[in-house]
Write a protein that binds this ligand. Structure first.
Ligand code: AMP
Ligand code: GLY
Length: 427
């Protein structure tokens, strides 16, 4: 069977790499891909939102399974468009993808399933929201644009004045465009964050091992928010007991509430959780694999991912064996370009050391913002590489990932020094 992966980031490189290992798969195509996916798959120069061209490509190249990486094509209805043409595709349809595409949709599902999450109020009008804030207390709050904002539409505020400023930025200045036409204000939750991803066919839930992302740009979780500067898996913050609790109190009622709402979910349901002193609570749901969480997760997953994806489409996940995992933990370290998470002005620098790093035992260098120029791999975006390593312990995996990253150079490259330290210090 031929498989088509949609997207161009580190997550999609990891998907290509893992899918290519399946005995069921002949050829892996990726649209549009990057310089790294070209090694593990065949790049196809079609944009991830050009559904018509993607459908034509899938038909002409005998693609038996399409796998969608990012959220934008999902919320725009790529799954609906492919299914209408009788093509098999892994991911939620546009309605179910609203779990990520609309914070208010997600909150309503969570309320209907009595899933623990911060209490909130919904607004379309800045004046109403500011009045509401002024008549409430001076507590910390979180203001969130309703729509997709590339992970940036969330403003954590220490007090009422900051919240009022955030409302103005989202609703009046439209800092996140139309995503801010509607917005919510919710209570601040305190604790440690964890990512628990599950694959579901709407009836059965296969929970993946817990992971932890590092969203802040700089060491010690300081600096601006990013798409994620590194991740590790498993995260002992979520032990077996807690994982069961998350399944029964969060994932199961969410999947049921989605069914009751007439929006059954098939695909990856990614719960962004805050582990608070009163238990795990949902910060957000995503409708896809996390990036970079996907990289360490797939390094450890032994089960054939294609089999799981096909069973999801056919709603027979209940017939599969439990997922099998490599016992070794994995750490993914993101190497970024100068300027990230702001705008990256310096692109096109040759990247050296990729082969040397990639040859190290237990290491895989996943590409994100890379391209080919004059026969060389160059940086072409903010997050450039996800250097991922397996180790006997998290500390060993971290050491190996940093050793590998140390061999890789381009002008302006940087990364955090403390990926996975939270885990190492917890032990
Ligand atoms: P989200 O896109 O909703 O996950 O928000 C992005 C980040 O904002 C999360 O990873 C948290 O660090 C933070 N955040 C979101 N909602 C809350 C909340 N209610 N309390 C505390 N932090 C939050
Ligand atoms: N790593 C966070 C995300 O994929 O949304």
């Amino acid at each position: 069977m031929n498989v088509l992966v949609i997207g161009s980031g580190g997550r999609e490189h990891a998907l290509c790499w893992k899918i290519a290992q399946s005995p069921k798969v002949d050829k892996v195509y990726v649209a549009p891909g990057n310089a790294g996916t070209a090694i593990d798959a065949v790049n196809v120069p079609i944009k991830e939102t050009d559904f018509e061209a993607l459908i034509q490509f899938a038909k002409r190249n005998d693609v038996g399974l399409t796998v969608v990486g990012p959220e934008v094509p999902l919320t725009l209805g790529i799954v609906d468009a492919f299914e209408k043409e009788g093509l098999r595709i892994f991911g939620p349809n546009a309605q179910a993808a609203q779990m990520e595409g609309s914070k208010t949709f997600c909150k309503k599902i969570l309320q209907s399933g009595k899933v623990p999450t911060a209490s909130y109020a919904e607004f379309t009008d800045a004046d109403n929201a500011i009045y509401w804030l002024r008549t409430g207390g001076d507590a910390a709050a979180v203001v969130k644009a309703d729509g997709l904002a590339a992970g940036k539409g969330v403003i954590v505020c220490a007090n009422r004045q900051e919240a009022i400023d955030a409302v103005r930025r989202i609703s009046e200045d439209r800092e996140f465009g139309d995503a801010g036409r509607r917005f919510i204000i919710e209570d601040l939750l305190v604790g440690q964050e964890a990512s628990v991803l599950a694959i579901t066919d709407g009836k059965t839930i296969m929970t993946l091992q817990p992971a932890q992302d590092h969203k802040a740009a700089y060491n010690g979780d300081t600096g601006p928010n990013t798409g994620g500067m590194g991740a590790y898996c498993p995260a002992s913050l979520v032990d077996d007991d807690l994982l069961h609790k998350i399944e029964s109190n969060i994932l199961v009622p969410t999947v049921h509430a989605l069914n009751r709402a007439g929006t059954p979910f098939r695909g990856v349901l990614y719960a962004g959780l805050m582990i608070t002193s009163s238990g795990p609570m949902v910060l957000e749901y995503n409708a896809r694999f996390g990036d970079p969480e996907c990289q360490p997760l797939l390094m450890r997953l032994k089960t054939d991912l294609v089999e799981v994806m096909e069973a999801t489409i056919d709603q027979r996940l209940d017939q599969l064996e439990p997922l099998a995992w490599d016992d070794r933990p994995a750490v993914c370290l993101v190497m970024a370009s100068e300027g990230y998470p702001g705008s990256v002005k310096k692109k096109g620098f040759p990247i050296s050391g990729l082969d040397e790093a990639g040859k190290m035992e237990g290491v895989k260098v996943f590409h994100a913002g890379t391209a080919m120029k004059d026969g060389a791999v160059v940086n072409n975006g903010g997050r450039v590489l996800g250097v991922t390593a397996l180790g006997g312990t998290v500390a060993e995996a971290k050491k190996l990932a940093y050793e590998a990253a140390g061999k890789i150079h381009w002008e302006g490259a940087w990364y955090r020094d403390d990926i996975a330290d939270k885990e190492i210090n917890r032990r």
